[in-house]
Write a protein that binds this ligand. Structure first.
Ligand SMILES: Nc1ncnc2c1ncn2[C@@H]1O[C@H](COP(=O)(O)OP(=O)(O)OP(=O)(O)O)[C@@H](O)[C@H]1O
Ligand SMILES: [Mg+2]
Length: 226
């Protein structure tokens, strides 16, 4: 596997075991080129969420050198109920922005822009408990986008969305990643999303067993070779 010249995310020989002794990542390596939108594929339980959480600093690393992520990180959890912490949609998307010292106007503009991106501008006042699963997932994506981070990590962010909303959202996120010069790593099981990324990784047995052209990886997946 060839390495990227200017990666924003670098993983080198990363090992990770849960306290019960289960090895999830076993000498895992990958790199995501700066400014690009990459996806991560792999079967249930292969370690995709664990890898993303390690990249975001949400799990302790035995070897800190094994992971390098440049800049501020935004994260979208696989389960939006693990992400949404405020009582209403608007307050949740604004969470953390005030603490960054942004003006009221800047916070409001970012919240409105992010909610428009996920087609939820009309629900800004809605309590979180009164949202559907797909709407919660859209709010979680808006919250990460509003952070204006350098690196975006998204764990199956469209898993709860209807097919039309799913493709619309992957296109929108891809465009915003490119327009803002961000770098993104997006976990998915939905192969049609691969049409929108610069490249993809396959994770298997704790390692990235393949990386590169999304079409080729999609074909490999469909042939059941992993
Ligand atoms: N807190 C935990 N303690 C112990 N084992 C865990 C824990 N969380 C996950 N695991 C195990 O680690 C492995 C990798 O889990 P992970 O959630 O990273 O998989 P995944 O690739 O994201 O799967 P999916 O496609 O189902 O989301 C699985 O075998 C899982 O059972
Ligand atoms: Mg997962």
């Amino acid at each position: 596997m060839t390495a990227s010249i200017d990666p924003a995310i670098t993983v080198r020989d990363l090992n990770f075991q849960w306290p019960d002794g289960k090895t999830v990542l076993d000498c895992c390596s990958l790199d995501v080129p700066r400014g690009e939108f990459w996806m991560l594929l792999g079967t249930n339980g292969c370690g995709k969420s664990t890898l993303l959480r390690l990249l975001a600093g949400l799990l302790p690393l035995a070897d800190r050198e094994a992971v390098q992520v440049s800049g501020r990180v935004g994260f979208v959890f696989q389960n939006p109920d693990h992400q949404l912490v405020m009582p209403t949609v608007g307050a949740d998307v604004a969470f953390g922005l005030v603490e960054q010292g942004l003006s009221y106007r800047e916070v409001r503009d970012r919240v409105e822009d992010a909610l428009a991106l996920v087609n939820l501008a009309h629900l800004i006042e809605r309590p979180i408990y009164a949202l559907s699963g797909g709407q919660k997932q859209r709010v979680a994506i808006a919250g990460a986008i509003a952070q204006h981070c350098d690196v975006l990590l998204l764990d199956e962010p469209t898993a709860l969305l209807d097919p039309e909303g799913q493709i619309d959202l992957v296109e929108r996120v891809r465009d915003i990643v490119h327009d803002r010069g961000m770098t993104a790593l997006w976990v998915t099981h939905r192969l049609d999303e691969l049409n929108y990324c610069n490249g993809a990784f396959l994770l298997e047995n704790g390692q990235t067993v393949d990386r590169g052209d999304p079409e080729r990886l999609k074909a490999r997946f469909l042939q059941g070779q992993i």
